[in-house]
Design a protein around this ligand. Structure first.
Ligand code: NAD
Ligand code: MG
Length: 389
């Protein structure tokens, strides 16, 4: 039996992961499941999967979790330290599916036990890519990408000589506002921004898809994970979301990964790797789809994309600053305090002006968990100050 742990089990990726595990209950032993405020879901899943341990990120919900698990024999724990302990429990395969930079420390703890980390939490690579990869190498752990575009690139690279890769192309659906008049974008609602044309995902990544902050994060994620130069990474708008990514080789060939927009493919690929096993995703009928469209992203509609270039140029903690500024701007947008277009404008201002309280040089290279926390903390404060001003 393979021992598996799911960090962020109650979220969209976590639930899709459980869907796959549920189909082969005898193949897996669930070690730990973690979640946030949805105690009912967490406890129900822990009971169904007969997990050893369930952890909520919120210390004040420990009693609720204990009550929900009473009589089950499943251990309950709560808080940040408990999340780390869950990640440290011996397991063969650990899904990193917490949303935001909060997923970094648990993911690092999982790597330190030398097992396989299925990485959905792109923020880990954006904020601390070199640290994450060095930690994996030091402990003999393997990171398998779960972001659909990165899983697609990973699959297109199988058997290929990396030095023959010229470029990678990451596709983007264009999000909720692809066809909206530009002038409307300042006034769109949180509800509209939370609806994705093709993918069913958590609210935060769905809004990030509409703004293309998600794609900006993915460009940086690709640079870090595959060791690419920024000029080797392109973004292509592809409204059907069936081609997830393409890899371009030195002989002009493009290898495209084509599949339905269903995260269970990328999750299942990481779960079954290095094998391929049957997965319960739709089979594409290309004749019925008929056509696939591609277009260059409009920089006026998606200004977040250009910021990714700046971040990669600066390096060091620029990824942590970018991500924290984005996460905080998104909090304020969801709370109704700023408009949709304000998010990119504010993040651009933080990148340009720096984070004076955190230090003069966000490009400084020595990345540790503590240094990421430091830049993250002061960037959020800086964003709050800009919004209050
Ligand atoms: P989600 O919001 O649906 O779920 C997030 C999970 O993290 C939940 O279990 C929640 O309880 C937990 N969580 C939230 N805040 C936390 C905190 N501070 N500490 C600990 N746990 C916390 O998110 P999601 O859409 O499943 O995305 C998860 C990750 O996967 C993100 O990094 C996202 O970018 C990435 N991803 C998601 C998709 C998708 O289809 N949803 C696709 C590609 C990549
Ligand atoms: Mg993606």
């Amino acid at each position: 039996m393979r021992r598996v742990t799911i960090l962020g089990a109650t979220g969209s990726i976590g639930q899709n992961t459980l869907d796959l595990i549920r189909r082969a209950p005898d193949a897996y032993h669930v070690v730990a499941l973690t979640g946030g405020r949805n105690i009912t879901q967490l406890a129900a899943d822990a009971r169904e999967m007969r997990a050893d341990l369930a952890v909520t990120a919120h210390a004040e919900l420990l009693d609720d979790l204990r009550a929900a698990l009473s009589g089950s024999g499943i251990a309950a724990a709560a808080g940040e330290a408990a999340l780390i302990e869950a990640a440290q429990r011996p397991a063969d395969w650990i899904m990193s599916a917490i949303v935001g930079v909060a997923g970094l420390a648990p993911g690092m703890a999982a790597l330190a036990q030398g097992s396989t980390l299925a990485l959905a939490n792109k923020e880990s690579l954006v904020t601390a890519g070199p640290l994450l990869l060095a930690t994996a190498a030091r402990h003999g752990a393997r990171i398998l990408p779960v972001d659909s575009e990165h899983s697609a690139i990973f699959q297109a690279l199988i058997g290929e000589d990396r030095s023959a890769v010229e470029r990678v192309i990451i596709t983007a659906s264009g999000g909720a506002f692809r066809d909206r008049p530009l002038a409307d974008l300042a006034h769109v609602s949180v509800r509209e921004a939370s609806t994705h044309p093709n993918w069913d995902m958590g609210q935060r990544i769905t809004i990030d898809s509409a703004s293309m902050f998600n794609k900006a994060l993915e460009v940086i994620e690709a640079k870090e994970f595959f060791g690419l130069r920024p000029d080797q990474i392109e973004v292509l708008v592809h409204p059907q979301s069936t081609v997830h990514a393409l890899v371009g080789f030195c002989d002009g060939a493009l290898m495209a990964h084509v599949g339905p927009p269903d995260m269970r493919h990328a999750i299942g690929y990481a779960l079954n790797w290095p094998d391929r096993s049957h997965l319960p995703v739709a089979r594409l009928d290309l004749a019925a789809i008929g056509r696939l469209d591609f277009a260059a992203p409009d920089p006026a509609r998606y200004p977040a994309l250009a910021l990714a270039g700046q971040v990669m140029q600066t390096g060091g903690h620029a990824g942590a600053v970018f991500n924290a500024a984005k996460e905080r701007a998104l909090d304020h947008f969801i709370a109704g305090r700023i408009g949709f277009s304000d998010m990119t404008a504010l993040v651009a201002r933080v990148l340009k002006g720096g984070v004076p309280d955190a230090g003069p040089d966000m490009g400084a290279r020595d990345i540790t968990l503590e240094s990421v926390r430091h830049w993250d903390h002061f960037t959020r404060q800086q964003m709050d100050r800009l919004i209050a001003a």
